[in-house]
Design a protein. Structure first.
Lengths: 225, 353
């Protein structure tokens, strides 16, 4: 069996997750800081989570297509997004982004503002407050968001097939391979991919629960004093 | 280092408009919840921005709306002890204390070590805030503030969340630790006993405004306003009308009272503390009210007797009299089974304008 869909899926999900970690945290911080149009911007950032993935894919096609401004600019640098691995990464990143953004934003919102105020009155710089105090205290949420985003990116289908297509060995991910196999009537191949996907998804959830338990035990041990 | 504050801030329906000066002393800001005490502290610390006004510490201007000066909280050198202490949960005790020290690493280590010893925190250096008791947390928070070398220190209801036994202990501890501090200490509270034990000067805040600023002894002996009387624990207050130089009509109590002090022109209320009443059997002595007992409430060491004027038809919340009396004294009185007469002693009346 050709294992390229597995490698492509992992590669795409891995890169997409790294992108969402940084953009998700940055966006969460930005949205909490702004005063005007907060609801509007928050809505726009969350939209990819609730829209049908095909609609997201359609928008991406319009944005990155050959006839768009951005597509033309990227063409100058010899980058093609449509029907390429870059496209698959972008589609997965956009669709999994809201999971990261919302999880981290929730953690930021719940963070005790008095701690931030206290740090300011102690003369600690905003940079140090963010990286030295806020981020270390919301690490559990960042990890939860990362696992969710990775699982979502791994299972991404609709937006990916719209933007990156279904090119075996280049943009065909596991989820798309299942679809292709069923279309071609190759039940055995479909079963194989289904089993691999189920095992990986299940493993990531087990991993997350394990991590949560670890955190819980840690904090229980601390307050046991 | 003196502190001058004159700020105004509008928050919806509520307007904060406070002005006061504090010297190198412990100054308490006494007020009911929601009167603007904490907002005042936050404005001084730079966490909130006043709409207009001026904040000066010594000769350093922290905020001046006219000159467009608004220092960041980082530059204000104002220590702020939060109600929940606001320790950094991800840092150990020594990291927490060292976080506000802006010195080279070696020097910082030495200063932190020295302070840990001075504030009896040895052995806790590597512990995290969640592993400390409430008292230890407070000590760490205060040490952290003192190490950052502030010019003024502000305490926001530091004992509010504690039970009374622990509170007493922590209060003593905090006073000891703060005794070494040379600048102004602002202490916010709604508890009159705490404020009396802790501070030199008291500013009474009511509805966003400073009602009165005075030495604590003066304030408790002679609160000059309605809010000050209430906050210093006066339980009996009646509307009042000036009649002559020394007599007034207490409207809600329905009686004429004689005061040894000259009654101010703008008197609005007259007050009487619950444990200052004297009891008499004499019918025609001055400032006496014949009372009906409406309720007897038992406290651990005293009785609270709720009364009303027997010869009056005025019946509202203010016309009730609350009298606090020793258990033995009340037992003796209640056995006599005669009408109860209370004396409002002429020296004890609080004249409020």
């Amino acid at each position: 069996m050709d294992l390229s869909p597995l490698y492509i899926s992992l590669k795409v999900a891995f890169i997409a997750t790294i992108i969402t970690i940084f953009t998700g945290i940055a966006a969460a911080r930005y949205v909490l800081k702004i005063r005007r149009f907060k609801g509007l911007i928050d809505g726009a950032l969350t939209l990819p989570m609730v829209l049908p993935p095909t609609v997201v894919g359609f928008f991406l096609l319009v944005i990155f297509g050959k006839n768009s401004v951005l597509g033309k600019v990227l063409m100058q640098f010899n980058i093609t997004v449509v029907f390429s691995l870059v496209g698959a990464v972008i589609a997965s990143a956009i669709v999994s982004f809201p999971l990261m953004y919302r999880t981290v934003r929730g953690a930021f919102e719940q963070f005790d503002t008095n701690i931030i105020y206290a740090a300011r009155t102690l003369g600690i710089s905003e940079f140090k407050i963010f990286w030295g105090i806020i981020i270390p205290n919301v690490i559990p949420s960042i990890i939860a968001g990362t696992v969710l985003s990775f699982a979502r990116a791994l299972g991404e289908f609709g937006a990916t097939i719209m933007l990156a297509g279904n090119i075996p060995g280049r943009t065909q991910t596991m989820a798309i391979a299942v679809y292709t196999a069923v279309q071609a009537g190759d039940r055995a191949k479909a079963y194989n991919w289904v089993m691999i996907i189920c095992a990986m998804s299940f493993a990531s959830i087990i991993l997350m629960n394990f991590w949560n338990n670890l955190q819980y035990k840690k904090s229980a041990k601390r307050s046991d004093f | 280092m003196s502190l001058y504050v004159d700020i105004k801030k509008v928050l919806g329906e509520f307007t904060l408009n406070v002005k006061f000066t504090a010297q190198e002393e412990v100054m308490a800001i006494l007020g009911a919840s929601g009167c603007g005490k904490s907002m005042t502290l936050k404005c001084i610390a730079g966490i909130e921005t006043p709409d207009e006004g001026k904040i000066v510490v010594g000769d350093r201007v922290l905020f001046d709306s006219e000159k467009n000066i608004d220092l960041s909280p980082q530059k204000r050198k104002v220590g702020y002890l939060f109600q929940n202490y606001a320790l950094f949960p991800n840092m150990t005790v020594e990291e927490n204390i060292g976080s506000g020290v802006n010195l080279p690493k070696k020097e910082r280590f030495r200063v932190v070590k020295e302070k840990i010893k001075a504030f009896y925190l040895e052995g806790l250096e590597k512990k995290r805030p969640s592993q400390l008791s409430g008292g230890q947390q407070q000590r760490v928070a205060l040490t952290r503030i003192l190490v950052s070398e502030p010019e003024i220190i502000m305490l926001d209801e530091p004992f509010c969340a504690l039970d009374s036994y622990l509170k007493w202990q922590l209060e003593q501890e905090l006073m000891d630790l703060l005794s070494a501090f040379k600048g102004t200490v602002l202490f916010v509270s709604h508890n009159r006993n705490e404020v009396y034990r802790f501070s030199d000067t008291i500013a009474v805040v009511s509805d966003g405004k400073i009602d009165a600023v005075s030495k604590k002894e003066t304030l408790f002996k002679n609160p000059q306003t309605f809010a000050a009387a209430l906050l210093t624990g006066c339980k009996n207050i009646s509307r009042a009308q000036k009649l002559t130089e020394h007599t007034l009509n207490a409207i809600d109590w329905d009686m004429i009272l004689y005061s040894s002090r000259i009654i101010p022109e703008d008197i609005k209320h007259v007050g009487m503390r619950a444990h200052y009443f004297k009891y008499t059997e004499n019918v025609d002595s001055q400032n006496t009210m014949t009372c009906d007992v409406t309720k007897v409430i038992e406290n651990p060491f005293s009785y609270i007797i709720m009364l009303k004027n027997k010869n009056s038809t005025v019946g509202n919340g203010f016309s009730k009299i609350r009298w606090e009396v020793d258990k033995d004294a009340w037992k003796a009185i209640s056995q006599k089974n005669i009408p109860l007469r209370l004396i409002f002693q002429e020296d004890d009346l609080l004249l409020l304008s």
